[in-house]
Design a protein around this ligand. Sequence first.
Ligand SMILES: *Cc1c(COP(=O)(O)O)cnc(C)c1O
Length: 383
Amino acid sequence: MSKKPNGFNTRCVHSGELQDTQFKGAVSPLFPSSSYAYEGVEKVRYPRYFNTPNQEALAKKMAALEGGEQALIFGSGMAAVSNALLAFLQAGDHVVLQQSLYGGTYNLAVEEFSKYGIQYSFTHGNSIEAFEAHIKENTKVIYIETPSNPLLTITDIRKISELARRYGLVSMIDNTFASPVNQNPIDLGIDISIHSATKYMGGHSDILAGAVIGSASHIERIFQLGKNLGGNLSDYTVWLLERSMKTMGLRVRVQSENALEIARFLDEQPEVKQVFYPGLPSHPDHAIAATQMRGFGGMLSFELAQELDVDRFLKSLRWIKPSMSLAGVESTILAPAKTSHGLLTPQARREQGISDGLLRLSVGIEEYEDLIEDISQALVQAK
Ligand SMILES: *Cc1c(COP(=O)(O)O)cnc(C)c1O
């Protein structure tokens, strides 16, 4: 029998697992030591070096699920994003960033990069031309996020990978929204795939974590910075995250199927002005999404018609919780204008297409019929 399981769920369950040789238990033992022997051992282990048994085991699972050679696990998604970017950028370098980005990544660039002499440009839109237009002599990295938050825009991963290779740039993607269940950017040519493992990898709204996955040489470079910045995840949480990831394939597949059903339903409601979901044929980038995603994910956004009361709609929901963050097994919803994008001026929000009636829904694993019924009655209440 081959040692490397190929089926996705088999990898979710078994890749990287540690053997309990002492008691023959079924799950990976937890090794919480922060102090390991230094004599007569093949390597000196220390949690901040990302090389405790549990960290190495979970990193193998992540690499196996994303199709990369190696991975590092961080204490948050932003630790993963910042370590990846700063590992490949130094004073005088330039990075091209996709315009529609997770707010924390946007803030990292705008609030921190100038302190380190790092230059950056934001694209206008997601086309290849929009990225190429900003590439300069000193550009080192190209950074994308697809599907993006909150409008679920799609960037052509293969074309970005080709563009980066043509100019000798390191390509990075924030693959959080798709998760490895629906999209494997490394197979499409991307160098480094980044995750907020707080989301679909954790999946139960109770873990903060991040991950980077890529080739051995790229991960080595991120490790060299990461061990100095000190952003690893505690072994206790690593162990918990391993447990969560065993069911990731099952969870995300149901979440994606549910989201498609709900998107189709919303698309037919007169109380809904517009639905943003890459799985709908009406989505402007549906064709690109279909070439690079296996499922279209559990995230969707929709805009209530002007005459509906957004607050009343949210308060009327019974199962779907108005809540920050996303990707848990329970459905959650938020109004970007009041939360993630609340600090922008009304005009800046309008420019980004974020109206006051826009709602971002993170679809859970409940029966979609129940979720549709919940939305239906709340639409009636909001009139
Ligand atoms: C949540 C999120 C992040 C940041 O992750 P944290 O775990 O909160 O640090 C980055 N990118 C995307 C797309 C996210 O949704």
